[in-house]
Design a protein around this ligand. Sequence first.
Ligand code: AQP
Length: 329
Amino acid sequence: MKKTMITGVQPTGNFTLGNYIGAIKNFVNLQKSHDSFIFIADLHGLTTYQEPAKINKTILDLAAIYLACGVDPKETNFFVQSKVDEHCVLGFLIAFQCRVGELSRMTQYKAKKEKSGGSVDLGLLIYPTLMAADILLYDAEVVPVGSDQRQHIEITRDLGERVNKKYGGMFKLPDYYISKYGHRIMNLQNPLEKMNKSAPADDKGTIFVLDDVKITRKKIKAAVTDNDNKIKYDEKNKPGISNLIIILAILRDVTISDIEKEFENSNYGEFKEVVANEVERFLLDFQAKYQKIRESDELIKILQAGEKEARKRAQAKLETVKTKMGIMI
Ligand code: AQP
């Protein structure tokens, strides 16, 4: 029997090459061999204020991005999280199983709290309990994510296990799927920081997938490197060039040493030119697919079909959970 796989992305900010390489590309590669679910995490997006009039458009934009990245609705149940209410109900029940200390120790929470000057909304603290519900609701065993999400998958396992022990086995426990390379694509201007989709639209270190390719070329040419001028992977001492090596290797589906070998006699200028060409080739192909899908009527029909299957599975699971917890008459 196929294992169930699930992943999601918030419809906030602007989708980056990091999101593609770190999460969606892995999902796309595995979708056929798994019982696959992918959702637009609009409820998670609401942990920060979103302008109500813009939310629908943003969801459809992101849906078109997923499909243009290769998510295949024939292989994958593709839906919007808020359309399946069971996520919220299970999120609530899971939150009761969690200790405040566990949540306040999450790295992402601590970083965001610090950034905001210490005062944060409750949503940011309990975000991992909703994420745990998203995964446990479908008995997902595989969750392809970037490395920033590792801790959230670990707490999902802990919470699932805790409920199983307390009320009797009801959840399968998930594992993260984090690729060896590409799980943390770095900002081109600051290769010690993750490339984020919440970066400002004019950020010179972030490659947004809907960027004009002329802009992307400039960003890659201006990427911060070092003075060594050798195309050698060394994350610690050469984070900038290592980041570019990973981007090129993954877009070409080759290994890091293939890249090192091919460019052993090249300088940084020549190498950046090749990376820029490869990213441009990827983006032009992606953007053409995106435009076509975004304008088509199929988009909403695809989401509705995915929602139907997701709801069926989620309802059945929630009934089991309620019965085990004793909240059914
Ligand atoms: N730079 C990255 N490299 C590899 N994987 C990444 N992911 C995100 N950034 C990178 C993975 O993409 C999936 C969706 O994550 P998200 O919706 O939380 O996107 P984000 O860019 O992390 O969002 P923000 O709000 O811009 O950043 P944060 O919340 O970190 O401040 C996930 O699987 C993620 O791991």
